[in-house]
Design a protein around this ligand. Structure first.
Ligand code: ZN
Length: 315
């Protein structure tokens, strides 16, 4: 029941020798999802041991090159790796037209079906994707072009029946199924067995919000209330806040204020301007407002455990 975010790139428009363009991979119960695909995404997948063929769907926040240029090579590489399984891409308009134009120019014909769903970036909390494990809703961001974030949230899991009761009472598959639905059952001796005493929730739903690129937004803070992990862009230090406002970005302090306002468990920073050689000042600035802040960097993996604690590893 994994719930893990891996950062492939943490740089903004201009990359550095150690910071690639934006891309995150979310692993939910061993189903993989790519969020943004800056240049070099396929190399970073190789570097961190994530098989591109495992990717179920791709979520794009907006059509700026540092979030999209990596998708062209990645889609072609999937072809050469023998992908036949359908791939879904969720992105703002006019992503479909842009991709078809690229395919037309380079004569690309994919051997697998591609579903492109364009998102209304102005709408709040619209469900854009779901399966039996979790669902994804959009977050209206404020940037220089249409842009939306994504909120990934697990569904309530089905109830589990205590193993010692299954064995102790010799429960039948039908009795177990009834209990899992939250209903009471009757034992072979006629005694009642309530779902309340026989079952437990294996975990409570975990959540991850991805917000890049954007100026600070109270509307977004309300939509990500209480999430386990909020990724919020922090392109600049607060001393450069005028530049942040002009370019449609946020400072580390502003990201931390959103995290505090939204009462999230942890804040993850990223999308740093290449002007900062050291990222420590961005972390210090954010932690002065919101102590539970982590500095994102390429190869950082964050696992949200079933008890909602955060396990940090470096790949
Ligand atoms: Zn942008």
């Amino acid at each position: 029941m994994t719930f893990r975010v891996t950062i492939l790139g943490c740089s903004s428009a201009r990359p550095t020798a150690t910071r690639h363009h934006t891309a995150h991979v979310l692993n939910v119960h061993e189903q993989f999802f790519l969020i943004d695909s800056g240049e070099g995404t396929q190399y970073q997948l190789l570097r961190y041991g994530i098989n591109p063929l495992k990717i179920n769907a791709i979520f794009i926040t907006h059509l700026h090159g540092d979030h999209v240029y990596g998708i062209f090579g990645l889609l072609s590489t999937m072809s050469m790796m023998g992908r036949t399984r359908r791939l879904e891409i969720i992105a703002p308009h006019p992503f479909g037209e842009m991709l078809r134009s690229h395919f037309g120019f380079f004569g690309v014909e994919l051997p697998y079906p591609l579903d492109i769903n364009e998102v209304d970036t102005r709408a709040s909390g619209i469900d854009v994707w779901s399966n039996r494990v979790f669902s994804v809703s959009s977050l209206p961001l404020r940037h220089r072009v249409p842009c939306c974030g994504y909120l990934f949230r697990e569904h309530e899991p089905s109830l589990n029946v205590h193993k010692h009761l299954v064995e102790g009472y010799g429960l039948t598959p039908v009795q177990i199924a009834v209990l899992k639905q939250g209903r009471d059952t009757t034992l072979a001796n006629g005694a009642p067995l309530t779902a309340r005493e026989a079952t437990y929730r294996p975990y409570t739903p975990r959540s991850y919000a991805f917000c890049s690129d954007t100026t600070p937004s109270g509307k977004v803070a309300a939509l990500v209330e209480g999430v386990d992990l909020l990724y919020h862009e922090s392109t600049y230090l607060h001393e450069d806040k005028a530049l942040a406002a002009k370019t449609g970005h946020s400072t580390a302090l502003q990201a931390a204020r959103i995290a505090r306002q939204a009462n999230v468990r942890h804040l993850l920073l990223g999308h740093y301007s290449a002007r900062y050689k050291s990222l420590a000042p961005l972390l210090d600035e954010a932690r002065s407002e919101f102590p539970e802040t982590l500095l994102g960097h390429d190869g950082l993996a964050l696992t949200i455990e079933k008890d909602h604690s955060l396990r940090v590893s470096r790949l």
